[in-house]
Structures are given as structure tokens and as C-alpha cells.
Design a binder for this molecule. Structure first.
Ligand code: GLA
Length: 380
């Protein structure tokens, strides 16, 4: 009897809570200025009641800013980026951008599909990187819808014509950014094609959980990666095709480790090739299901970011090419190790690696790459 009363009370309480209106999240369109040629760029600001907000711009379907509270409730912008739209084209670094049609590298800018060889422009030594010099990050996307509610959401679309940057098929791409009242920013990429092709679309946000305007880099951030294996690379950062165990290497982040602890390990050839970390990790668990892949904690601000993803892999890049030649949106120079990227993706050079998960997309099928960046605080 007593149990029944308790169950009744709990049921009544949960019904009451379910009926309580959720905190609302707002999506607000604002102007983001013009490119040199006069093209207008729009921004959509997604914000929630706890002080988290994200600015998405139509140029490159880019996360231009992301403000998140620290453990004292003070919000700071935690992603690198530029203050104006034209800088994204003048000094391309893929800050927060949507990259594709094939994110990461394709060896020699070449691949074969159904017996036909395709040639793609090379823009990273002899390799094709992030869809080439005119990738999805340079396109001005259309705003398809903007919604406020318990989740604030913006949907952007872009059509990449057949043959663009050497890829077969007209690719219809959709990017959906959504912020809820639990401080989760989700990003979902979808694509369809009218001819068989290869696709790998991801977001290239550069995070510094201590704040983009601060002077400390990310070397003392603690990273945990749910990855037992990674894909070792050659000196041009093309995977060799092996899946190597992380055990006993600087790539073992399974129990959490400071990003900077082993980043100068000159005895490790892989660290030398990457000038630090610039490697794809094989995320444990079944690709296609949203599963926890990474957790990063900044000890100073207490900010914690968890990353969940459906992709088979994640490129962990420690900002090795930030060389002090770029001035960011708050007037500070970005230097090596000032930020890290975690890019959910199909493995690099998969079109040329039969043993890797396939990046193939056929007409009638739908490509989906979904990721969630979940924020909270820890400590003190
Ligand atoms: C990716 C690559 C890096 C670098 C950056 C952009 O993370 O793996 O090598 O090209 O993009 O600079």
C-alpha cells in the first residue's frame, strides 16, 4: 500500500513536471555585413535562458561564435573566428566552418569510383584538403527555416553542382544547428546526390574552453577520447590504412590526459608528422548511432564539453598550423596550440582505402552526420 502511494506521488510529480513549460530558446536573425562583392551575409543567433548562445553565419554555414557560462556563470566566447565575413574568405582557416564535400585529405587529389577516375584540385601539398579551394566553407548558404521554442534551430541549405571541385553528382546539402535549454548544441549534416559520389561533411570549430580572447592556449585542457585505435599517417598526413592501438602511445586518451603532456614527444614519429596531434581516431561503438566520443575539461573556467557523434571517426587537431599570422575577432593573435578541433568524420582518404568505412553516397540514399556538443561545468 505504502509503495503504491509512493508510486502515485512520483507519477503525479512527473506529470506535473512534464506539464511545466520548458525554458524557451530563441533563434534571432541578424545582419552580418557584406562580402567585398556586396553579397549579404546573415547571422542567426541561437540563445537559451542559461546564458549560452551560438552565432551561425550563412557564409560556410559557420559557427562564428559560441558563448558558454563558466563555473561562476560568466559567459565567454569559446571558439576562434573572425569579426567580419570578408576575413573568412581572405584568411581561410576553416574556423567553425562546414567543410566538404570531402572533409580532410584525399591523397593526390584522386579517387576511383565504379571504375572511373576523378581528379580533384590539390590545396595541401600534393593532396586535396577539405573539399579544395572552393569548398562548402566558401559557399553562401540559404536559410531554409528559423525556429524558437524549447529548442532554437536554424536550417541552412546549399546545392553543390555536378562536377564542382571535381566531385560527381549534384549534392543537396542541409545543415541543422540546434541549441536546447540543456546547453546542447547539435549539428546535423544531411546530403543527397543524383549520381554516385563520395561525401564527408563536418564542422571545423576551433575550441578554447578558457575563452577565445584569453592568452592561455589549450595545452592544459584535459581530453578524454573513447577510442582504442587511431589511423596512423605518412608525412603528408595521409593514413597508411592501418588501425593502430593507442595503448602505450601518446594517442591514448582513454582515461583522460592533458592535451599538452605528450605533444612534444619527438621520439614519436606520428607526433612529428602531425607537429602535434592531427590524427583521426576510431570512435568506439557502432557508427551511425549517437555515442559519446570525447570529453574536454578546462581546469580554470571549469567548462566541460562532451562530444557525441554518429560518425565512425573524429579528427583531433591541436591547432598546429596557427602560426601567429592571424588576428581573431577580439583583436588577439592566434598562435600554435591556442585551440583544438574535434571533427566527427569518415576516416581521411577513405575513397582510396578499401578497409576504411565507405564514404560512398548513391542516388536515393541519404548521408547523415550528427554531432552534439554538450556543455556543463565542473570543479570547485
Ligand atoms: C584539419 C587538418 C589540419 C589542418 C586544419 C586546417 O584539421 O587535419 O591538418 O589542415 O584542418 O588548417
Amino acid at each position: 500500500m505504502r509503495n503504491r502511494v509512493v508510486i502515485f506521488a512520483l507519477t503525479a510529480l512527473s506529470l506535473f513536471l512534464a506539464g511545466t513549460p520548458a525554458h524557451s530558446a530563441e533563434a534571432t536573425p541578424v545582419d552580418f555585413g557584406e562580402l567585398q562583392d556586396g553579397t549579404r551575409i546573415d547571422a542567426i543567433v541561437l540563445s537559451n535562458a542559461s546564458g549560452t548562445s551560438a552565432t551561425i553565419i550563412t557564409l560556410g554555414a559557420t559557427i562564428q561564435s559560441l558563448s558558454v557560462p563558466d563555473r561562476n556563470g560568466k559567459s565567454d566566447d569559446i571558439v576562434l573566428g573572425y569579426a567580419t565575413a570578408s576575413e573568412y574568405l581572405e584568411k581561410p582557416q576553416y574556423f567553425g566552418a562546414t567543410v566538404g564535400r570531402y572533409a580532410n585529405r584525399i591523397a593526390g587529389g584522386r579517387f576511383t569510383l565504379d571504375g572511373k577516375e576523378y581528379s580533384l584540385p590539390t590545396n595541401d601539398g600534393s593532396n586535396h584538403l577539405h573539399g579544395g579551394p572552393q569548398g562548402l566553407d566558401k559557399a553562401v548558404w540559404k536559410v531554409a527555416s528559423v525556429e524558437s521554442g524549447s529548442t532554437a534551430r536554424v536550417t541552412l541549405t546549399h546545392e553543390s553542382p555536378d562536377g564542382e571541385a571535381g566531385y560527381p553528382g549534384t549534392l543537396e546539402v542541409t545543415a541543422i544547428y540546434a541549441l536546447n535549454d540543456r546547453d546542447e548544441l547539435s549539428v546535423e549534416y544531411r546530403a543527397t546526390t543524383d549520381k554516385s559520389t563520395v561525401v564527408n561533411i563536418t564542422n571545423h570549430a576551433y575550441f578554447n574552453l578558457a575563452g577565445e580572447a584569453g592568452s592561455d592556449g589549450v595545452m592544459d585542457h584535459r581530453l578524454t577520447l573513447a577510442a582504442d585505435r587511431f589511423t596512423p599517417v605518412d608525412e603528408t598526413l595521409i593514413p597508411t590504412g592501418e588501425l593502430q592501438g593507442v595503448e602505450g602511445t601518446p594517442f591514448d586518451f582513454r582515461d583522460g590526459e592533458l592535451i599538452g603532456l605528450r605533444i612534444r614527444d619527438g621520439g614519436d614519429e606520428q607526433i612529428r608528422f602531425g607537429r602535434g596531434y592531427d590524427h583521426n581516431f576510431v570512435v568506439n561503438g557502432a557508427a551511425g548511432t549517437l555515442r559519446p566520443a570525447a570529453r574536454v575539461e578546462d581546469p580554470h573556467s571549469g567548462r566541460v564539453m562532451e562530444v557525441l557523434m554518429t560518425a565512425p571517426g573524429v579528427q583531433f587537431y591541436s591547432g598546429n598550423f596557427l602560426d601567429g599570422t592571424t588576428v581573431g575577432k577580439s583583436g588577439r593573435i592566434y598562435r600554435q596550440g591556442d585551440a583544438f578541433c574535434l571533427e566527427p568524420q569518415v576516416f581521411p582518404d577513405s575513397p582510396n582505402k578499401s578497409g576504411f568505412p565507405s564514404p560512398r553516397l548513391d542516388p536515393g540514399d541519404r548521408y547523415v552526420n550528427r554531432m552534439v556538443f554538450r556543455f556543463s561545468t565542473a570543479g570547485r
